[in-house]
Design a protein around this ligand. Structure first.
Ligand code: PGA
Length: 242
């Protein structure tokens, strides 16, 4: 059985005070979830310690949204594994499409970051997904396969989580049909030859579509942006009905 992972990606949202407020509502709401559901919250660096403290004993992972492959050095604006480990971080989102689009992340830097995450015994959530233009040109599979082949080249997949996030469905309210997300995730699974690797769907996941998405056999969980910002909404996603 592959693990189920429901991860929230807060992106560049929430101060520490807002994080505390969120946890006060969220934690009581996820107490009765089935024990096979792994929950992760990925916040800006400034809230990581607050999350780790507030989630102590809750069996909820704490995720960062980036990690540099060096332990330290002259890399202004970057963050390293030892710095995150000290804050009790457990997961790191790597290669999110926003990092690829706005901050020059490539498959090569995705590979270096992923290797560094694994070397630190943290869990990478590696994101792949095609743009609208690529989908319209029937390039979805070739593009994603290249992201996987290059971004995970030689990587031991035992601790890796993959998120399939079609770019056109991120933050747009336009969800990929659950059958289509299921189909692409099935192709990703064949390509990486990692039967045990959890593969999540991401892109406008909401309380209203999570049940249907999770009913698909290939979809092992969700990476949730906008709908993870509100405690009630993310708790409903964690408590999806199967
Ligand atoms: P969204 O974002 O749920 O707001 O579409 C998903 C993501 O970018 O991880």
């Amino acid at each position: 059985m592959r693990s189920i992972v429901i991860a929230g990606n807060w992106k560049m949202y929430k101060t520490r005070a807002q994080t505390r407020e969120y946890l006060a509502t969220f934690v009581p709401m996820i107490q009765n979830r089935s024990s096979d559901r792994n929950v992760v919250l990925c916040s800006p660096y400034t809230s990581l310690e607050t999350l780790a403290e507030g989630l102590e004993g809750q069996n909820v992972g704490v995720g960062a949204q980036n990690l540099h492959w060096e332990k330290e050095g002259a890399f202004t604006g970057e963050i390293s594994a030892p710095m995150l480990q000290e804050l009790k971080v457990t997961h790191v989102v790597i290669g999110h499409s926003e990092r690829r689009e706005y901050f020059g992340e490539t498959n090569q830097t995705v590979l270096k970051r992923t290797q560094a995450v694994l070397a630190a015994n943290l869990i990478p959530i590696v994101c792949v997904g095609e743009s609208k233009a690529q989908r319209d040109n029937n390039e979805t599979e070739t593009f994603i396969f290249q992201q996987l082949d290059e971004g995970l080249d030689g990587v031991n997949l035992a601790q890796v989580i993959i998120a399939y996030e079609p770019i056109w469905a991120i933050g747009t309210g336009e969800t990929c049909e659950s059958e289509e997300a299921n189909r692409v995730i099935g192709l990703i699974r064949q390509r990486i030859k990692g039967e045990q690797v959890p593969i999540l769907y991401g892109g406008s996941v909401k309380p209203t579509n999570i049940d249907e998405l999770m009913a698909q056999p290939e979809i092992d969980g969700a990476l949730v942006g906008g709908a993870s910002l509100e405690a009630e909404s993310f708790a409903r996603i964690v408590n999806y009905v199967d």
